[in-house]
Design a protein around this ligand. Structure first.
Ligand code: NAI
Length: 781
């Protein structure tokens, strides 16, 4: 094309990036890769080809890990871990800093390799993925440096098994590896089978950086290898990013193994445009929301919701913009959209869109290359909210759109999804933005911007988008554990007896549901005996129906989450005051139940605990994160929702208070299953609640078999989190059965806790009682 012709058409000319260095690196490695275990590459074994999805060319051959390979990688990580942790924060910080520097020095090699392997435009890998990778390592070098000072009482978990997807191959590695290493863990990581090359290049870089052997181990292969890692008995923590189906499978497969687990899964994130929005900016935002990385983004703004008054104009502008998007060779710096990651993904997206019934499909008319995994930018309108394309993650450059009339309606539409990863909203009205953001059920909300990420800002979802956060201080909880010794918890058996109850006025213990005493649906009760065999009373045996009623009551009390911390504090103090007034009676009751002499101490500890969480109710603050954009990322602590808890058997009152108080202080509603062996104190306690202004439904108390009730609570789709401090063996059951709605679980794995001491309260409880929502807000110059 001549200069004159260029001036006439004003078309972009091609600006190809050279692949020479990346290809040379592959040749240097012999084009065949083994695994990176204990600081060295293994001899390549049987494997599979890694292809460039834009051209179909084979880039290298990778090895499919065997069980022996995975065992060797885990053993290397295990051996290296104690020394790595003992290196101390500064020692590890220096290593992470060295990795960050090397990543910076070789940034173009990584960017090109990523684009060749994944198909994403070089503009994105060069300007977004790789800079964020570096930022993550720099940021976490700082976390390592500060760990001893800022995270006192926390220590490394051990060996982390990490399985990552193909949409941001090196970035997801960085999100997983940097915090793990910073906190003193070692890792065994499996990249996705389509995109392992940058992970292997990273392994090479770890070697160059002088990282101690065994600290980072990388094995390649498909989902079977992922399964070997996630279920490996010597892995302490699993971190997974990928599809919700596999995430759910991992939750079940690892149930009861005592592993930590974080899941970062799919989404169908709403992209809301109000009629007063800056429309051109919102359109550009949409390009970043759904056509960034070909829409293969877990938090892609894939569900457009436009306010009715501007819908026609907005869609017209959007289509015009779509027609201008350039789809083609990802190595061309002028390209907006590259290739999907693999023919399998192209087939999935094609099949989903082709199955569309009733919608109107608009495909950008800019054209796509005839060969390679390309799919045009696509817009689908006219679908009902329940249509599969409105509900399912398409994971391609396909946007679905609908309209709304009022802010209240858009909140309902936005939240009408089983996911809860991200949401975007555009408006020029700050009041509206700050009114809507808290109402969106999502882990991340972007205001007047989209798809912004930073190492300092937590990222992760709610509902079936998974649990756990990556990034920021909040991300470190998943890579550390409280530094304390644990003891096996023995099953606490109820006492038995035969002595007939003395004559007197019968006091019937009931369940406490929705602020009222309720008879059990089963119509059954059981006797409670003292150690000496004296009859103390009877307690109802709750069943599935009672749990359903309790959860419904808790759901109904959602206004509690909107009350102020100050009000919740007042109510917790009031509970403490009323309990204190009846301290002697409770102390006697506890002594009778347990056969011990610690009743008075337990009551005093319960009063103190109520004071502690009353104090925390308005002090467990969020933060404003200094992210490197013209804005701040607000880290807001929100209640989890409805929390079920199986209370400690050994401390009948304190165990119940220790679960209830942090949960309600943070704005949750609870369904508490009282100590199975010693339940009567809980039934006395609801009399305290009744006189302490606790709104009906905020606290519900049931008695019965922990095993049966754990099963019902775990399977209940309207329970958001389930905790177990029970001495019954229910941890595995809870983790397995909670996979349905991916509720957050916190189980004791048969380990005891000193309820009287410091480990019976504190930040661990507050963290479990809250979700971090990150709200990105424009701010400053
Ligand atoms: P996937 O969830 O199967 O793959 C992600 C990673 O998990 C890969 O490394 C894979 O090898 C591994 N894996 C697969 N099965 C496993 C198992 N049983 N145990 C342990 N690890 C296992 O995702 P896939 O099949 O590649 O893509 C399918 C769909 O998943 C996509 O169309 C998209 O909708 C969704 N997806 C979502 C992602 C996200 O970031 N939310 C990322 C990748 C895929």
């Amino acid at each position: 094309m001549t200069v004159k012709e260029i001036f006439e058409t004003m078309d972009y000319g091609p600006a190809p990036e050279s692949a020479a260095e990346a290809l040379a690196w592959l040749v240097d490695q012999g084009d065949r890769f083994g695994h990176f275990i204990d600081g060295a590459f293994t001899t390549p074994g049987d494997g599979f080809d890694s292809k460039n999805p834009a051209t179909g060319e084979t880039l290298a051959t990778l090895s499919q890990a065997t069980q022996d390979d995975v065992d060797a990688a885990v053993a290397a990580a295990r051996k290296a871990q104690p020394k790595w942790a003992k290196l101390g924060g500064h020692g590890r910080a220096k290593h992470l800093y060295a990795i960050a520097r090397l990543l910076q020095k070789h940034s173009r090699l990584f960017a090109v390799l990523e684009t060749l392997d994944n198909g994403k435009p070089i503009r994105e890998s060069r300007d977004i993925d790789i800079p964020l990778v570096q930022r993550h390592f720099y940021h976490h070098a700082g976390m390592a440096q500060l760990m001893e000072e800022e995270l006192q009482g926390r220590e490394a978990l051990g060996v982390c098994g990490q399985v990552i997807p193909w949409n941001f191959p090196l970035l997801m590695l960085a999100w997983k590896v940097a915090p793990a290493l910073a906190m003193g863990n070692t890792v065994v990581l499996k990249p996705a089978e389509y995109t392992s090359l940058t992970a292997l290049c990273f392994a090479d870089l770890c070697r160059k950086a002088g990282l101690p052997k065994g600290v980072v181990n990388i094995v390649t292969g498909d989902g079977a290898v992922g399964e070997m890692i996630t279920t490996h008995e010597d892995i302490d923590k699993v971190a997974f990013t990928g599809s919700t189906a596999v995430g759910r499978h991992i939750r079940r497969a690892t149930a009861g193994q005592g592993k930590g687990l974080t899941l970062e899964l799919g989404g169908k994130s709403p992209y809301i445009v109000f009629d007063d929005a800056d429309i051109d900016s919102a359109i550009e935002g949409l390009v970043d929301a759904i056509w960034f990385n070909q829409g293969q983004v877990c938090c892609a703004g894939s569900r457009l919701l436009v306010q009715e008054g501007i819908a026609e104009q907005f869609h017209a502008k959007l289509k015009a913009r779509m027609d201008k998007l350039r789809v083609g060779n990802p190595m061309d710096k002028c390209i907006d959209m590259g290739a999907l990651a693999d023919p399998v993904q192209l087939a999935t997206v094609t099949k989903m869109v082709d199955a569309c019934e009733g919608g109107e499909i608009y495909r950008a008319d800019g054209g796509i290359p005839a060969n390679g995994c390309f799919y045009p930018p696509t817009l689908i309108s006219g679908l009902s909210p329940a249509d599969p394309l409105m509900q399912e993650e398409i994971f391609g450059p396909v946007l679905v759109t609908s309209t709304f009339r009022t802010p209240a309606e858009v909140v309902d539409l936005a939240n009408n999804t089983r996911y809860g990863l991200a949401a975007t909203l555009w408006t020029e009205n700050v009041n509206l933005a700050l009114d809507i953001a808290p109402k969106l059920v999502a882990g991340v909300v972007w205001i007047n911007g989209t798809n912004m990420f930073d190492a300092a800002a937590g990222f992760g979802g709610v509902r079936e988008s998974g649990f756990g956060r990556e990034g920021g201080w909040e991300g470190l909880g998943a890579y550390t554990k409280p530094a304390r010794k644990t003891k096996a918890l023995k099953k606490v058996e109820p006492f038995t007896g035969s002595e007939i109850a003395p004559a007197g006025v019968d006091r019937t213990g009931k369940l406490y549901i929705g602020g009222k005493q309720a008879r059990p649906d089963s119509g059954y009760s059981r006797d409670v005996w003292s150690k000496a065999g004296k009859h103390l009373g009877e307690v109802p045996i709750a069943n599935r129906k009672d749990i359903r009623n309790a959860v419904e009551a808790a759901r109904g009390a959602k206004g509690w989450g909107k009350t102020t911390g100050h009000l919740r504090a007042q109510i917790l103090y009031y509970i403490a005051e009323n309990l204190s007034a009846r301290a002697d009676e409770f102390a006697r009751r506890i002594n009778d139940l347990t056969g011990g002499k610690e009743g008075a101490k337990e009551v005093e500890a319960s009063v103190q605990r109520l004071f502690t969480y009353a104090a925390w109710a308005d002090k467990y603050d969020g933060a404003a994160k200094g992210v490197p954009i013209r804005g701040v990322a607000l880290s807001m602590k929100e209640p989890v929702g409805v929390i079920g808890a199986l209370c400690a058997d050994e401390a009948p009152l304190l165990g119940l208070v220790s679960a209830m108080a942090p949960a309600i202080a943070m704005g949750n509603r609870v369904v508490l299953t009282a100590s199975e062996a010693f339940p009567l104190a809980a039934l006395d306690f609801y009399q305290i609640l009744e006189t302490s202004d606790v709104p009906g439904g905020v606290v519900n108390i049931v008695t019965g078999s922990h095993e049966e009730l754990a099963d019902t609570l775990a399977k209940h789709m309207d329970v958001d989190a389930l905790w177990s401090f029970s001495s019954s063996d229910v941890s595995a059951l809870i983790e397995r059965e909670s996979a349905g709605n991916l509720k957050r679980t916190w189980v004791n794995n048969g380990q005891s806790r000193d309820w009287m001491g410091a480990e019976g309260q504190g930040k661990e409880f507050l963290e479990a009682a809250t979700e971090v929502k990150t709200i990105w807000v424009p701010y400053g110059e």
